[in-house]
Design a protein around this ligand. Structure first.
Ligand code: T4K
Length: 376
């Protein structure tokens, strides 16, 4: 059922926003005139400054070709080669990027309300071989950054945040990206702010930032000289142009998302359906990227997905399965009962800036009808 093309659905889980084509064409004309289409062009540089200004962060922002490579650059630039303690409740890229770089994963369970990694479980998983904590601000909900960073300081290890979902998210009045030693944000098409494919990274230590800067472009130190081993993780001008266009609309897009999110939240609050929603950590100002609901059982969730699919509603099991269940990721098996249970029961409803309030209400009516039929 999940293999239907997006066009087969009336409502997809994440319909990418596309700016008016004329706006994009304006930048394409500039690119055509300059013939500078990639390798550190002016649109990428301009986008990095806009991103830094928008988030109000003090560290430089480095755009990359996708978030996955962004994480891998962070691991390399920080010299992390061994064990990392990480969350099993996230998209697979958090873990697979680390495994691809040869790191070993130790999964620590999550908090049942925020669905982010549980600091107590993190501390219990750290041993003498642990080189870093790799946590995800899942759905744009802030991790317990204060507790995690206290633990990291006690063990003298860095914290890396997979902030793929955290574009524009603030925590306690400042950007969530200010926390930790390094963060990666994805700007994939399905994200709140996108560059079709892409992402950006930022690091607290200027030496790490400098390494990220040259590592993302083959290690170049001038046309015929190299600092060291690098990779190709450059963002092109055509991708950056999409990001620049997005800035014209981003505040409105986030506020529309907030409206849709609030419709779902109000419907849920006013219903007596056996469903729960994510709790924002106090202090989080979200970007309203996802609306996950938690079912009482996987069996009911699967039946609901089927029911919604038949009515043109593409709800998705973000994030299933719990990554500690995947033998090719887990070096050893760790017990993460909360993550396993949540992953089996969580479903994200369609949430896009292109949706109308009546669309969200209709989706919710389908959910209600499903439960009515289930109990009839
Ligand atoms: N860390 C975390 C926590 C992440 O969530 C991600 C990515 C990463 C790291 C890695 O960042 P990147 O390397 O991707 O920058 C999507 C995205 O591909 C992926 O970026 C994202 N997370 C992940 C959660 O979701 P799929 O496999 O769910 O996408 P797909 O093609 O099934 O589309 C989802 C929905 O969006 C469908 O309903 C159709 C609709 N859609 C999608 C695209 C691409 C459209 O209508 N048009 C489109 O062009 O992975």
């Amino acid at each position: 059922m999940q293999d239907l093309e997006p066009a087969a659905f009336q409502f997809v889980v994440n319909k990418p926003y596309l700016p008016p084509v004329e706006e994009y064409m304006r930048y394409l004309r500039e690119i055509w005139d300059r013939s500078h289409i990639t390798n550190g062009g002016p649109l990428v540089k301009g986008l990095e400054l806009r991103l830094q200004e928008f988030h109000g962060v003090s560290y430089p922002i480095r755009c990359v070709s996708n978030g996955t490579l962004g994480l891998q650059l962070i691991f390399k630039a920080m010299g992390i080669k061994g064990d990392v303690v990480t969350t099993p409740f996230t998209y697979i890229a958090t873990s697979s990027s680390a495994r691809w770089d040869g790191l070993r994963l130790k999964f620590a369970d999550i908090e049942s309300s925020s669905l982010t990694i549980d600091p107590e479980a993190v501390e219990a998983s750290i041993d003498s071989r642990t080189e870093a904590i790799l946590a995800t601000h899942v759905y744009g909900n802030a991790c317990d950054v204060e507790a995690i960073e206290r633990i990291a300081a006690r063990h003298s290890i860095p914290v890396i945040y997979d902030a793929a979902h955290a574009f524009g998210v603030n925590y306690k009045g400042r950007s969530l990206l200010e926390w930790g030693d390094a963060s990666m944000v994805s700007t994939h098409a399905t994200k709140v702010f996108h560059t079709v494919e892409g992402g950006f990274v930022l690091a607290r230590d200027p030496k790490v930032d400098e390494r990220i800067e040259w590592m993302r472009r083959f290690g170049h130190n001038g046309p015929n000289a190299f600092h060291g081993v690098g990779i190709n993780a450059k963002m092109s001008e055509l991708h950056a142009a999409m990001g620049v266009c997005m800035f014209e609309h981003i505040n409105e897009l986030i506020s529309t998302r907030r409206e849709i999110w609030s419709v779902y939240a109000a419907c849920l609050a006013n219903s007596d359906l056996p469903l729960n929603r994510l709790e924002w950590r106090v202090g989080t100002e979200p970007n309203w990227a996802y609306f996950p609901i938690l079912f009482g059982s996987e069996e009911v969730l699967v039946a609901c997905v089927q029911y919604l699919t038949e009515r043109g509603v593409n709800a998705r099991r973000y994030f299933y399965p719990s990554l500690d269940q995947l033998s090719f990721l887990a070096g050893s098996t760790f017990d993460c009962p909360i993550a396993s249970s949540v992953a089996e029961r969580v479903l994200c409803l369609p949430l896009s800036a292109g949706m109308a309030i009546s669309d969200a209400e209709l989706v919710w009516r389908y959910v209600e009808h499903f439960f009515k039929e289930l109990h009839s």
